[in-house]
Design a protein around this ligand. Structure first.
Ligand SMILES: Cc1cc2nc3c(=O)[nH]c(=O)nc-3n(C[C@H](O)[C@H](O)[C@H](O)COP(=O)(O)O)c2cc1C
Length: 170
């Protein structure tokens, strides 16, 4: 898909078919995440692929919406602060930005495959740690269902670019 069309086509899908996601599509989506730029190319993120079938109740503890477990897959993008680049001036840690860029890559790749996603940050981090068995040094950053959309997009509501951009100085 042409890039300008792709970014306009992506929307937050909040209803999914149970139809399986083809393995080759999943592979291309995960490869796209792996191509994301990261600070110093350290790739301090991991993606956990979760099958929803039979795990609906358990996964529902992470984010309590029916549509969260409607798709056959849920992906979790996690940051590894122990492996990331830190800015020497102030110690700022790039791991969550790196993980977020990987998440955006996979979301756009999924759109390109005709699949739906929805960024989810309002999950319960404690439940996420328990259900995914995350070690203490791994930070869950965002979840998304991955499956065929069963809804359709509404109109995009966005501020005009002129409100979002400053030139030369704030
Ligand atoms: C960092 C981030 C966190 C989000 N968390 C949630 C969430 O927890 N639940 C949800 O339903 N949508 C969530 N969203 C989706 C936004 O509500 C959505 O992207 C925004 O309203 C614009 O709509 P669109 O994605 O359809 O263009 C999140 C989006 C981002 C970028």
């Amino acid at each position: 898909m042409e890039f300008q069309e792709l970014i306009r086509k992506r929307y937050s899908v909040r209803a999914y078919e149970s139809r399986p996601v083809e393995e080759e599509k999943l592979t291309r989506i995960l490869d796209a995440a792996g191509l994301a730029p990261t600070a110093c190319n350290l790739q301090p993120f991991r993606i956990v692929v979760l099958q929803t079938k039979g795990r609906e109740k358990e996964l529902g503890r992470i984010y309590h919406r029916d549509w969260f477990v409607q798709a056959p897959l849920v992906l979790a993008v996690c940051a590894l602060p122990g492996e990331s680049w830190k800015r020497k001036h102030d110690g700022w840690d790039a791991s969550e930005v790196d993980a977020t860029i990987a998440m955006d890559h996979l979301i756009l790749a999924a759109t390109d495959e005709g699949l739906g996603t929805c960024w989810i940050a309002a999950f319960d981090p404690k439940a996420a740690r328990e259900v995914l068995g995350l070690p203490p040094d791994v930070v869950p950053v965002a979840f998304t269902p991955l499956g065929y959309p069963a809804d359709s997009p509404g109109p995009k509501k966005r501020r005009p670019a002129a409100d979002l951009v400053r030139r030369e100085r704030w």
